[in-house]
Design a protein around this ligand. Sequence first.
Ligand SMILES: *Cc1c(COP(=O)(O)O)cnc(C)c1O
Length: 421
Amino acid sequence: MHNTFKIMQRDALPASDPDIDKILSEEEKRQQESLNMIASENLVSKAVLEAQGSVLTNKYAEGYPGARYYGGCAWVDRAERLACERAKEVFKAGHANLQPHSGASANLAVFFALLDPGERILGMDLGHGGHLTHGSKVNISGRYYHSFSYGVDRGSSLLDLDQVRKKVQEVKPKLIIAGASSYPRLIDFRGFKDLAEEVGAYLLVDMAHTAGFVAAGLHPNPVHFSDLVTATTHKTFRGPRGGLILGQEKYASLIDKAVFPGLQGGPLMHIIAAKAVALKEAQQPSYIKYQKSVLNNAKALARAMTDLDFNLVTGGTDTHQVLVDLRNKFVSGLEAEKALEQVNISVNKNAIPYDPRGPYDPSGIRLGTPTLTSRGMNPQQMHEIASLIEETLVSRDSPEGLGKIKQRVINLCLEFPVYSH
Ligand SMILES: *Cc1c(COP(=O)(O)O)cnc(C)c1O
């Protein structure tokens, strides 16, 4: 039955480009038949897919609604205004810019708006869960700005604001970035704002991973405790691939100019329309229910993994992520990722704080629940999946054992189809 499985009906593509059509079909099958536990991914609604795949891709609209450099923008102006209004409502922000093509572009636009090249920025260490765009030396943020980093406490793996304060006082940055890619706990944005004010720095909160919980009112809203907030729209938020910037009204013109003409050319109007669709979804009661389930499932997964003698970084989770320290299991992050891939469980290898191993084969893996929850899975399945992970790591040298586990994974996936409606 699953050989004929199709997510999107395609009319023209099969004949015009059978190669790409086949790739899409194979990818649809892969998504259907694997347990996606990559914490930064999700499964958007069909409505979001339809807006993304629409004729708005044909339209150039450099500028902002009412002030474009091209004619014919009446309808895309409406789409972008709707998207901005909805973003301001959902996140209770004075201003919203929906044009950033990605989370990375959103961050760069904020730097471009607030800083001159060479000025000091302070972000979370990449190896402790921070993001490349927060000042890593291989990223433009660490090459064009003078970047410094803070880390987590060596004992607890938690952010300790007293330790961060020491860094802030030592570095005296012009901009502090709070927010992370692999940190399973709540971050005290208000505390960060106090630290920033002590040295007259701006605070940027990058909530790329947690925007869905903020939208649902389940996590504190950083818009109230920061100068600017950036996010991706495709992670927990469950919209199209892209970014956004939120802030108080007073930053509106500075941010808009930094995005265009500062950094980008024409906005992706089909994606902005899809962002509007996702923002409307975020205002429905079912969305709050969904985000609550993502958090519940992560807690259930953390408990089940702990019961199987896995060590979790920080001992648990307040978010959608569970960071597993594999050292007591005598398997590396890369080995685990590869073994799990063979049984159709997608995870990513991940550094743990103060990792004794290198970044290409670190000591941990990162697990996430957004996609599994979008498929309708519950704590019962989280327990089952924790066992499947444990069994996979134990059987990783037995092709026969892995084959049997893979069949169980596929059966579970078919019980919870993607795009079942
Ligand atoms: C994912 C992520 C980004 C970058 O988003 P892209 O859309 O991949 O550019 C930025 N910051 C954080 C904290 C992230 O987790």
